[in-house]
Design a protein around this ligand. Structure first.
Ligand code: HPA
Length: 276
């Protein structure tokens, strides 16, 4: 598919959502969030909710992984207008990078300027334990792919966008000030879906990764290219392979999300309230 066609799809989705929810409401969003594995319960705390299933929005891909939900939810936190995407699609499901970022590009086109990307990740860095929340300082895109590869579409940003500060220093500071004991570190995004081998985890550690997961980096690249201000937070759902003696399981990742939901919700609410 050409870059023009991809842009037309994003525009169509944006127009549909704007008609459905209201242009003012869409444009008034102070913070847009992608809620990763097990974290979607944050939307329960929103005031004045309007929820639209992903499957209703034209052109949007539908998440297939259990525990990932799948709705765009407009609402408010302490008076701050926000929007949440409860779930995302991943490359390992067979989606292309442009499909994987279509929802966030739509929300950006609707007028959101600030984003928080959340995910579950395996902990690699010293001092990280299961249940920790880690604010992303930077990332390693190790998927070998990019949502910006292929024909260039000016509306999605420059051909060679600067990535020297993907995760805004200012938003990071806001996030760190919104909770106690938050960690910080570099997130490595891999294709998956197999969890890493212990040798791969040793390699990632050598490359400077503190946590590893299968999402987020393409969304971050696409949003940064579109001029958004963004930050990211990982829930360390497990210690990465070889760091923990335990074999990894998807159930463990989902369960850790549930267990940390209250803490995560408090931090994210705190961040939202800064934009009331
Ligand atoms: N590796 C990759 N992705 C993950 C992990 C992990 O250990 N935990 C949660 N998502």
């Amino acid at each position: 598919m050409s870059a023009r066609e991809e842009h037309a799809r994003v525009e169509r989705a944006a127009r549909w959502l704007s008609d459905r929810v209201g242009a003012d409401r869409c444009a008034g969003v102070e913070l847009a969030m992608v809620l990763g594995s097990g974290l979607k319960s944050f939307v329960d705390a929103l005031d004045d909710r309007v929820e639209v299933p992903f499957s209703d929005v034209p052109e949007w891909p539908r998440p297939k992984v259990e525990g990932h939900g799948g709705a765009v939810v407009f609402g408010a936190v302490g008076g701050a207008p926000v929007v949440c995407l409860t779930g995302r699609v991943h490359l390992y499901e067979g989606w292309s990078p442009s499909e994987a970022v279509r929802c966030v590009r739509t929300v950006r086109l609707l007028g959101a300027r600030r984003f928080l990307l959340t995910n579950a990740a395996g902990g690699i860095g010293d001092g990280l334990a299961a249940g920790d929340l880690m604010v992303l300082t930077d990332h390693l895109n190790l998927t070998g792919q990019s949502p910006l590869a292929g024909a260039h579409e000016e509306a999605f940003g420059p051909r060679f966008p600067d990535m020297s500060e993907v995760y805004s220093r200012q938003l990071r500071e806001h996030l760190l000030a919104s909770g106690e004991g938050l960690k910080r570190g570099v997130y490595a995004g891999l294709l998956g879906p197999a969890y890493e081998t212990p040798a791969e985890v040793r390699m990632l550690r050598g490359l400077g990764a503190d946590a590893v997961g299968m999402s987020t980096v393409h969304e971050a690249i696409a949003l940064k290219a579109m001029g958004a201000e963004l930050c990211g937070m990982s829930l360390i759902s497990n210690l990465a392979a070889g760091i923990s003696e335990q074999p990894l399981s998807h159930d463990e990742v989902i369960e850790a999300g549930r267990a940390a939901a209250a803490r995560m919700t408090a931090v994210v609410s705190g961040l939202c309230r800064r934009f009331a």
